[in-house]
Design a protein around this ligand. Structure first.
Ligand code: SF4
Length: 418
């Protein structure tokens, strides 16, 4: 995840005081979390969903899936995560609110002092359910909106989904629960981004999460509709200017992006153009951030207990929490994917390996490389920066995002010696 507003607030402070602020100590949002060493865990507790969205990485549908963790198994895993000093659990699905014990799970998580987020499509949240969510002390609720009105309904494949999700935002906002809008951009909904940012403002929403398309599940099937590089740059320009205006005005709204760590490099370019005197400071801070952290600071447990480096790797299991503790699986670098993801630098080749900003971006999203080329360490085809910008010789041999083919599923994960 790339926290645009974090950098914009530092820049606003630098402009106001004439000095770039010192780095904050690690301790989580608001510094309220207990000291941690484990990753943030996104936990898909259930795969069932009342929707069948076009870009769903879980291929979810409205039926039960066998082998999901029982309440007791969830509690046992949670104890292990607590001992492993995992700071935050993001409860997700499918639609997590379809899990009958979701509030028991949330209550237990809060007792153990995790930061607890809920990732939901929002369509089921009426006033009473919003009240239950609020009363259980969720720290944050992310609600997906992929456009305005019919655009969203088309993505979500449910007429009226937009109105229901927006109503959920309002119910939760009224109660004082922190809400974020989650938007996944493709070429079919990019035009609605300005309107969604305006909606965020009008509704007084705290956070905007902009997700680039990643190539997993139905998102991989539809990858031919990924936003083209120019549209991506325009979207980032708009997000940066919006976050900068907010920071300058003393606002505390959060603008974050996910699934494309080249956003950090693009921010550096923005700073070089708009606020060049802080470019060196920002470069240092971005290098300390280091880009993609799948398999390091981000982890995923799916509905049946398989552990993955992040939510986009459901086709690759590192082990199952029913058989081994998460903490054990997470440290195990005998797995070639984990070995590569945990290596510094990662064994990334091609255009990303040669990029002058590799230390900032970390080589970006390995799933896209693997899904398109079969090689998890090849260049990320989702990079929207030009050869000139990243300091490599121009070539016509860029990996292009090709339309999905069910025949292509080569798993090549052994790191190279380079
Ligand atoms: S070329 Fe690769 S490493 Fe460089 S910015 Fe793009 S995605 Fe990141």
């Amino acid at each position: 995840m790339f926290r645009i507003s974090h950098f914009m607030h530092e820049l606003a402070q630098a402009e106001a005081t004439g000095a770039y602020p010192a780095p904050k100590r690690r301790g989580g949002e608001g510094g309220a979390l207990r000291p941690h060493t484990g990753p943030v865990v996104i936990w898909n507790l259930i795969r069932r969903c009342n929707l069948t969205c076009k870009h769903c990485y879980a291929f979810s549908a409205d039926h039960d899936y066998p082998g999901e963790l029982s309440t007791q198994q969830v509690f046992d895993v949670m104890d292990d995560l607590h001992a492993f000093k995992v700071p935050a659990l993001i409860l997700s699905g499918g639609e997590p609110l379809l899990r009958p014990d979701i509030f028991e799970v949330a209550e237990r998580a809060k007792q153990l002092k995790f930061y607890v987020g809920l990732s939901t499509n929002g369509t089921l949240i009426d006033e009473p359910l919003a009240r239950r969510i609020h009363d259980h002390g969720f720290d944050y609720v992310g609600i997906s909106l992929d456009g305005i009105g019919a655009t969203h309904d088309k993505f979500r494949r449910l007429e009226g989904a937009f109105d229901r999700s927006l109503a959920a935002v309002r119910h939760l906002q009224k109660l004082g629960t922190k809400v974020g809008l989650r938007f996944t951009m493709t070429e079919l909904n990019a035009f609605d981004l300005p309107k969604l940012l305006q909606l965020m403002k009008d509704e007084g929403v705290d956070k905007f999460y902009f997700s680039h398309l990643n190539y997993a599940g139905r998102g991989n099937i539809h990858r031919g509709k990924d936003a083209r590089h120019l549209a991506t740059r325009q979207a980032l320009d708009l997000l940066y200017e919006t976050a900068w205006a907010d920071a300058q005005a003393g606002g505390n709204h959060e603008y974050v992006t996910g699934n494309n760590d080249a956003d950090g490099v693009y921010l550096l370019q923005w700073v070089e153009q708009r606020l060049p005197r802080w470019a060196d400071d920002v470069r240092q801070r971005l290098t300390a951030w280091g880009g993609n952290s799948s398999g390091v600071n981000i982890a995923n447990i799916d509905n049946v207990g398989d552990v993955h480096p992040d939510t986009m790797w459901w086709h690759y299991s590192l082990g199952n929490v029913k058989a081994r503790p998460f903490s054990d699986i997470w440290h195990d670098t005998s797995d070639p994917l984990m070995a590569g993801l945990k290596a510094r630098p990662r064994p990334v080749t091609g255009r990303c390996g040669a990029c002058q900003y590799f230390a900032i971006c970390g080589g970006n999203t390995r799933v896209r490389a693997q899904q398109v080329t079969g090689d998890a360490w090849a260049e990320d085809p989702g990079c929207y920066l030009t050869d000139e910008e990243i300091g490599v010789e121009s070539s016509d041999e860029r990996v292009e995002t090709t339309a999905f083919s069910s025949k292509r599923r080569v798993i090549e994960l052994v790191p190279t010696d380079s």
